[in-house]
Design a protein around this ligand. Structure first.
Ligand SMILES: N[C@@H](CCC(=O)N[C@@H](CS)C(=O)NCC(=O)O)C(=O)O
Length: 201
């Protein structure tokens, strides 16, 4: 299987973490693909018209995209438990995934905006407000995160916090979310997180 990949993308990271947790990394052929909103990538678009990474191309040429879809595919392939089947656990996990992924989406838009010559203050303020609200919610739920088996929800939240450290270092998010910080300290020590820390270059 071929994975359109980059070492910096937090969405790709979700896939790599799942692949490691499921012992499937060796099955992936990583293809370094640059995806930038302002520069659609013609080669990538042959597999994904949205020009986004991650994109997973199966051996028969069928391409899967959106990180959640790829993660669930890998989970099925590896007969894993990252997507709980029981309904209460399942909805909790998918809800946490939505919270982590939604935070990530807001942070990426925020970073794009702040890099413009004249950022729109109203938008920056809204991203900041939503980010703080997500962190507060997650801090309140840190105990619950600890109490259930590691799942796709944990993967997405961990990747969003990793992205905060990588691109929003100055925010010092841990100061207002100490319980979440404690949960994250343990989570980032998992080999799947340690080996996928975003790197420049
Ligand atoms: N919802 C998508 C988001 C993927 C995404 O936006 N990836 C970024 C890289 S971090 C990208 O490909 N951006 C290029 C673009 O938006 O044109 C997923 O979960 O896979």
């Amino acid at each position: 299987m071929k994975l359109h990949w980059s070492p910096k993308s937090p969405y790709v990271r979700k896939v790599m973490i799942c692949a490691q947790e499921l012992a499937l990394v060796e099955r992936l052929e990583l293809v370094r693909s640059v995806a930038a909103m302002l520069k659609p990538n013609a080669r990538l678009m042959q597999d994904n018209p949205l020009s986004k990474i991650p994109t997973l191309v199966l051996d028969d040429g069928f391409a899967l995209f959106d990180s959640l879809v790829i993660c669930e595919y890998l989970n099925d392939l590896g007969q894993g438990t990252l997507f709980p089947r029981q309904s209460a656990e399942r909805w909790q996990s998918l809800r946490w995934h939505a919270l982590g992924d939604g935070l990530l989406d807001a942070l990426i838009l925020w970073r794009n905006e702040r890099e413009r010559e004249v950022p729109l203050k109203g938008l920056i303020d809204a991203f900041e407000l939503k980010t703080q609200a997500c962190l507060k919610q997650l801090d309140d739920e840190a105990q619950a995160l600890n109490e259930v088996p590691f799942s796709i929800g944990h993967v997405a939240i961990g990747c969003a916090l990793g992205y905060l450290d990588y691109r929003f270092d100055a925010m010092n998010w841990r100061a207002n979310a100490p319980r979440l910080a404690e949960w994250y300290a343990e989570t980032r020590a998992r080999p799947s997180f340690e080996t996928t820390e975003p790197v420049d270059g």
